[in-house]
Design a binder for this molecule. Structure first.
Ligand code: HEM
Length: 717
């Protein structure tokens, strides 16, 4: 397959009949991909190099040896003429490009989008034009504030950037896992980011907002409150990228072929179910496995369990932009689903990992400005600024304007325009008349528009503009009603987690004035929240400030109020002992049985041995969604049992941490004694009654679907 694809693409590059080139014709490309690849997208194969045979060469092709430099005598100086040395070291010296200014830490994957239907009644977008139509995709998940080497589980908004390689050009939804944003005007983005990034003097703290400047900004700029509430609750610390939703955040437009438009919001709904970590385990993970999320995504795809999301839109008539008590152009607002229900459009499944992190995940350049016929912007002033910012920063990261020619960015259809030259130009343009209009090149490339060539066209309908102003519309003024809607829609334990998160973060703030401001803003949302935070900060509880108080709730907010639709790929730790054969036999039986249901089982023992996957010294409750002790291993949980092979008390700690972090835990038969030794009480989600594998698994798997037993977390009285 690779050979056929490579040959075809070489034919194109060599300029053989353009009509025969599948990249010159989207329909032919589709036919090729369906017939020859069974629908998967092998476009990037032509750029791969596998080095599985042949001699090492220099960058210009001559065979060389590069393990010793050329010297004047065996103990002499290295010579300037050593082009092999200079080329190798110089390439190394330039290996890094600047990391992304924000969202530097991330992981990506390839996938496919399948449209549920022909949606030409809504949009002229070609990728939504037919039932079953497939479009190749690349997705990158990220955190915002941390640098490229920071931990995955930092509490943060998470990027959810999706690229559709459509047959009418690349289309990106550059979204987040939270449906709203901190600010309403792009001109404030540098202020927001400067406040959350580490302090300029000591560069502390990394990938964290628990510091003065972040909370100074949040409390001085109340537009941040809604997003802050989402980030301080479960969405800030998702169980994995696979267990979070994605949102386009802004209101966009759908445009039909006839030019008529509707306002829309994009939603990616996880088909794995939403799930979140608790804060303690997120912090432990940051030290024990900083790669937790990228590993999870990579492993799930590698094991054939690539995650899926359903693409939905909320559709609203143009004249309803101000009809719901807030402005649809304000990116700090959701449209509650009761007002505009989600309409499903199709499903995206991730099915292949990158071959090379740098070439693909690092070099992909998402832009809100990558839109196609059928989609258009709105006047949202945050969106308007983003359209400039991404292209600008990417010119900086790549030192020139030709980054769209990199394999991962290259559209899957031919490019014809009069853009020329620049650093890293890959195309050998044959047209000598690179201007429009021309006669000498027959007038080509020709202009495409609404009626000719299925060109992109801007929706004519835009809000009337008035006098020039440097201010936000008063329809953007209410910053408190929706954070309260969010808070009201959480379960009591989720409200407690949110309050605990704000307590944690604001207790790191040293400025008394900032803490006062924080309380004042929280109090505008909810006196309950303000009082409970004040208690932990040893500050006076404020009197209610009720202007924006209300009792409304909405759907789609809570994470812990439902069970997971699938437990496939969740991780179970089976704690065994190399000294007890019975525990090894039972661990193997449990592993077989749970694996049948798609669970990933890790058997833990004192040392690596037949049937043991991980040692106690390397294992930790953070690595498992549920923990089981196999019969015969109970001796390890006695506090008097110590071993030089692992830190004192580690087996019991895994069990107890698992319990404290809300996970299902259990033991079979006599191993029930391990629960007692570790101090695990008998409460829901603790399984110790079963003696045989089958009945244990039946109960335990229900616990995994519940995911977190939230009654283990104390509430403020
Ligand atoms: C709704 C608000 C926003 C969302 C959802 C959002 C989302 C994202 C995401 C997901 C990425 C990572 C893209 C990737 O994986 O390559 C990103 C990067 C970035 N964002 Fe935003 N962002 C928002 C607002 C802004 C604003 C207002 C600005 C500036 C005015 C901005 C500037 C940037 C920059 C400079 C990058 C780095 C891009 C690169 O180097 O490739 N963002 N953003």
């Amino acid at each position: 397959m690779r050979t056929i694809t490579a040959l075809l693409s070489w034919n194109c590059l060599l300029g053989l009949s353009l009509a025969a080139c599948p990249y010159a014709n989207p329909a032919a490309l589709k036919a090729r991909s369906d017939e020859e690849t069974g629908g998967s997208d092998n476009f990037l194969d032509q750029f791969e190099e596998d080095d599985s045979n042949g001699f090492l060469t220099s960058d210009v092709g001559g065979p060389i040896a590069d393990q010793a430099s050329l010297k004047a005598g065996i103990r002499g100086s290295t010579l300037l003429e050593d082009f092999i040395f200079r080329q190798k070291i110089q390439h190394f010296d330039h290996e890094r490009v600047p990391e992304r200014a924000v969202h530097a830490r991330g992981a990506g994957a390839f996938g496919t989008f399948v449209s549920y239907d022909d949606f030409s009644n809504l949009t002229a977008a070609s990728f939504l034009s037919a039932k079953g139509k497939e479009t190749p995709m690349f997705v990158r998940f990220s955190t915002v504030a941390g640098s490229r080497g920071s931990a995955d589980t930092a509490r943060d908004v998470h990027g959810f950037a999706t690229r559709f390689y459509t047959d009418e050009g690349n289309f990106d939804i550059v979204g987040n896992n939270i449906p709203v944003f901190f600010i309403q005007d792009a001109i404030q983005f540098p202020d927001l980011i400067h406040s959350v990034k580490p302090s300029p003097d000591n560069e502390i703290p990394q990938a964290a907002t628990a510091h003065d400047s972040a909370w100074d900004f949040f409390s001085s700029q109340p537009s941040t409150l809604h997003t802050l509430f989402w980030a301080m609750a479960g969405s800030g610390i998702p169980r994995s990228y696979r267990h979070m939703d994605g949102f386009g955040v802004h209101t966009f437009r759908f445009v039909k072929d006839d030019g008529s438009t509707k306002l829309i919001k994009w939603h990616w709904k996880t088909m794995q179910g939403k799930a979140s970590l608790v804060w303690e385990e997120a912090q432990v993970l940051a030290g024990k496995n900083a790669d937790f999320h990228r590993q999870d995504l990579f492993d799930a795809i590698e094991s054939g369990n690539g995650p899926s999301w359903e693409l939905n839109v909320q559709v609203v008539d143009e004249d309803k932009a101000l009809a719901f008590g807030f402005d649809l152009l304000d990116p700090t607002k959701i449209i509650p689903e009761e007002i505009a229900p989600l309409q499903p459009l199709g499903v995206m499944t991730l099915n292949a990992n990158p071959t090379n992190y740098f070439a693909e995940t690092e070099q992909i350049m998402f832009q809100p400005g990558h839109i196609v016929r059928g989609i258009d912007f709105t006047e949202d002033p945050l969106l308007q600024g983003r359209i400039f910012s991404y292209l600008d920063t990417q010119l900086n990261r790549h030192g020139g304007p030709n980054f769209e020619q990199l394999p991962i960015n290259k559209p899957r259809i031919p490019i014809h325009n009069n853009n020329r030259d620049g650093a890293g130009q890959n195309i050998i343009h044959k047209n000598k008349f690179a201007y429009t209009p021309n006669t000498l090149n027959g007038g080509f490339p020709a202009q495409a528009n609404q009626t000719t060539g299925r060109g992109f066209f801007t929706a004519p309908k835009r809000a009337a503009s008035g006098n020039l102003v440097r201010e936000l519309s008063p329809t953007f003024d209410d910053h408190w009603t929706q954070p309260r809607l969010f808070y009201n829609s959480l379960t009591p334990v989720e409200q407690q987690f949110l309050i605990n998160a704000i307590r944690f973060e604001s207790s790191h703030v040293t400025s008394a004035a900032v803490k006062e401001n924080v309380l004042a803003q929280l109090n505008k949302v909810s006196n309950d929240v303000a009082k409970r935070v004040a208690l932990a900060l040893n500050m006076a509880a404020p009197e209610p400030d009720p202007t924006f108080y209300h009792g409304n709730v909405t759907v789609g907010i809570s994470i812990f109020n439902s069970t997971l639709p699938t437990i496939k790929t969740l991780r179970v730790g089976v704690l065994a002992s190399t000294k007890a054969d019975s525990s090894l036999t039972q661990a193997a039986a449990l592993k077989d049985r749970l694996a049948k249901d798609g669970l990933v089982v890790v058997v833990v023992g004192e040392m690596l041995a037949d049937g043991i996957d991980q040692t106690y010294s390397a294992a930790d409750a953070t690595g498992f969604d549920g923990v089981v002790v196999a019969e015969g291993a109970e001796g390890l949980f006695d506090t008097k049992t110590v071993s030089p092979l692992y830190p004192n008390g580690r087996p019991a700690q895994i069990l107890l941490d698992g319990y404290h972090w809300g996970k299902p835990v259990g033991a079979l038969g006599s191993a029930g004694a391990a629960l007692q030794s570790a101090g695990v009480p008998s409460t829901p989600g603790v399984y110790s009654n079963a003696t045989d594998v089958e009945s244990f698994v039946a109960a335990f798997e229900k616990g995994l679907a519940q995911f977190k037993f939230t009654d283990r977390f104390p509430l403020d009285s």
